[in-house]
Design a protein around this ligand. Structure first.
Ligand SMILES: [Zn+2]
Length: 269
């Protein structure tokens, strides 16, 4: 029975399970319970923990997801590398539905979300110039390329507060800034991963064009879920292959993100 894991997968909209023959683990954290029970199992030789970001019944909207509990729970199970599939809107006409974007940059347009573990007793500033793990990105890009995905390697993910979608003006503004995709969950998930010295890689699946690119009424939640549901098998297979492609030993900078900083508490092992 597997009860610890090296790799964590946080499933997005429509992506509520990953592992066959998995152990369900109820994890408690100082930040309350995570979105759901964590399932831990094996993919090939790698041990993997899976957590559905919105809960299995999709009960948490993006602004209410217990992000701190989720990342803490994964780390406390042994996870050091996180893959984060999610549904996003495209800000570019040439990046259509079904494209996989592996972003290398992020713009935070959320508000009012708790985005740090270090909000008491001492000052901890983590570096976040490059929000994503270079090794995780490389594994995702080469895997997607060899399985013939429409792929955008690099790009900027803008994370909006939601739960509403963008206005046309916001969407045009994002596009004019050169940003690539828009989503609601990539932050603070990514920075919390960094604050726990975890590797974090976003696997962003484009489900539709955002309001400023689209000529119709813009997207609906039903359309996003329906699109993701039809693509979830592809995403599951991609995640499975990326898990196998992740390095066993971490040589990326993520693991030393907290070196030299004085932490107010011990990180979970
Ligand atoms: Zn890393």
């Amino acid at each position: 029975m597997v009860t610890r894991a090296d790799i964590g997968v946080i499933g997005g909209s429509g992506f509520y399970s990953l592992l066959d023959d998995a152990t369900e683990i109820e994890v408690t954290t100082p930040y309350g319970p995570p979105s759901d029970v964590v399932t831990v199992g094996r993919i090939g030789s790698r041990s993997v923990a899976f957590l559905p970001r919105h809960g299995r019944d999709h009960r948490f909207p993006p602004h209410r997801i217990p992000y701190r509990a989720n990342l803490w729970a994964l780390r406390s199970l042994g996870v050091r590398q996180v893959l984060a599939p999610s549904a996003v809107g495209s800000l570019r006409p040439e990046v259509g539905p079904g494209t996989l974007v592996v972003p290398d940059q992020l713009v935070d347009r959320t508000s009012g979300r708790m985005q740090t573990y270090y909000d008491a007793d001492g000052v901890v500033h983590v570096a976040f110039a490059d929000p994503y793990c270079p090794a995780g990105r490389a594994a995702a890009v080469s895997t997607a390329r060899s399985s013939r995905w429409d792929l955008v390697d690099r790009g900027t993910l803008v994370v909006i507060e939601g739960p509403r979608f963008s206005t046309r003006a916001e969407s045009r503004w994002f596009t004019a800034n050169g940003w690539t995709i828009v989503g609601m969950t990539g932050f603070p998930e990514s920075v919390l991963a960094r604050e726990l010295a975890l590797c974090y890689t976003s696997l962003s699946l484009v489900t539709d064009h955002d309001a400023g690119v689209e000529t119709g009424e813009g997207v609906t939640h039903e359309e996003v879920l329906a699109f993701f549901a039809t693509n979830v098998a592809r995403m599951r297979s991609l995640v499975t292959d990326v898990v196998a492609a992740l390095p066993e030993e971490r040589t990326c900078p993520c693991g030393s993100a907290l070196d030299g900083l004085k932490l107010p508490f011990q990180l979970p092992d």
